[in-house]
Design a protein around this ligand. Structure first.
Ligand code: 12T
Length: 337
């Protein structure tokens, strides 16, 4: 089997660490591998049987490489992705920099795999909260057409990165030990034992950027601008795994049994819906797993055709690193890399 020259940009971050783990777990066909970073330049990283030193981004560092997995933020991605693509290295980017660019496919392999075919060198990985929601809703949309989505999220701190995980843990330790907490640095308020209705920055319309990513990316991935989407995104003191309360209104009537049937056996989905045994999706159970977990499926009795669901997935895996690597595998399978 052909092997590929692979770059990981942002190799020591929360998503970068998961890239390295998943590349090894899935036996990704790697010939040469290069880790790029900024603050971590010079660090030696054990990768399987190899020792790889983190290097800085240079003008010609992408030459001779086939695929670059980016997770180093939007700014650096905007700066270097076009040059990387120009030199023949396909970029799959985790930041929000390219997602809504009409020239850039925004892909979830279970939902819109064929969109990768129109790529021009850059493919965008959607926002973590959007990915797990569209994996769950696409089969329902195909069967009954979703008219409107109302979503509230309960998002883990790992989405913000390693410093946020650390801030949450340190504050928790201080509180449990009756010490005063030090001034928050990552979040504007204390995150431990709290819930912050604020993810990413506020926009002019009063929504946060995270909320509008869910609105706009959902329509692009589902290729349907007629779906009404409204979101409230909330940070909670959970380390890994985003949870979502999702209410949908469909054109065609669906019963709970219909929804269960539509979602069972779908790749990437696991139903966890046995309330009589206290079984429902939990963030702590999703951590380290690949699937999107769905439960609490019930009819919204306040409207004609409404369904409520609880959707949980590991935001660093399916929400980021895993989906990115699945896009790479999909492209290899289609002969696009
Ligand atoms: N600010 O991929 O803080 O656009 O959890 C994902 C997660 C942006 C993104 C977060 C963010 C993104 C967060």
């Amino acid at each position: 089997m052909r092997k590929f020259n692979v770059i990981v940009l942002g190799a020591t971050g929360a998503v970068g660490m998961e890239f390295r783990k998943i590349l090894l777990q899935r036996n990704f066909p790697i010939d040469k591998i290069r880790f790029l970073g900024e603050s971590s330049v010079g660090r030696e990283i054990q990768f399987g049987t190899r020792k790889v030193t983190v290097e800085a981004v240079t003008d010609d560092c992408f030459k001779g490489y086939d695929i670059a997995l980016f997770s180093a933020g939007g700014e650096i991605s905007k700066k270097v992705a076009p040059a990387a693509a120009q030199s023949g290295c396909i970029v799959i980017d985790n930041s929000s920099a390219w997602r809504m660019d009409p020239e850039v496919p925004l892909v979830v392999p279970e939902v819109n795999p064929d969109d990768v075919e129109k790529h021009k060198g850059i493919i965008a990985n959607p926002n973590c909260s959007t990915i797990q929601m569209v994996v769950a809703l696409k089969p329902i949309h195909d069967a009954a057409r979703i008219k409107r989505i109302v979503v509230s999220t309960y998002q883990a701190v790992s989405g913000t990165g390693l410093a946020a995980i650390n801030e949450c843990l340190e504050q928790s330790k201080d509180i449990v030990n009756n010490r005063e907490i030090s001034k928050p640095e990552v979040y504007p308020h204390q995150i431990a034992f709290n819930a912050l209705p604020h993810i990413d920055v506020f926009l002019e319309n009063g929504y946060t950027k995270e909320e509008m990513k869910m609105v706009n990316e959902t329509k692009k991935i589902m290729k349907d601008n007629s779906i009404g989407v409204t979101a409230t995104t909330v940070r909670i003191p959970v380390l890994y795994g985003h949870s979502e309360s999702v209410n949908i209104e469909t054109e065609k009537k669906l019963t709970v049994e219909d929804v269960r049937k539509l979602l069972s056996e779908k790749p990437g989905i696991k139903l966890a819906d046995n309330p009589e045994r206290n079984e429902y999706p939990l963030a702590i159970n999703s951590a380290g797993k690949d699937d999107v977990f769905i439960g609490r499926i019930r009819e919204d009795e306040s409207i004609e055709n409404g369904i409520n669901l609880w959707i949980v997935s590991d935001n660093i895996r399916k929400g980021a690193a895993l989906n990115t690597i699945q896009i790479a595998e999909l492209m290899i399978g289609k002969g696009l890399i």
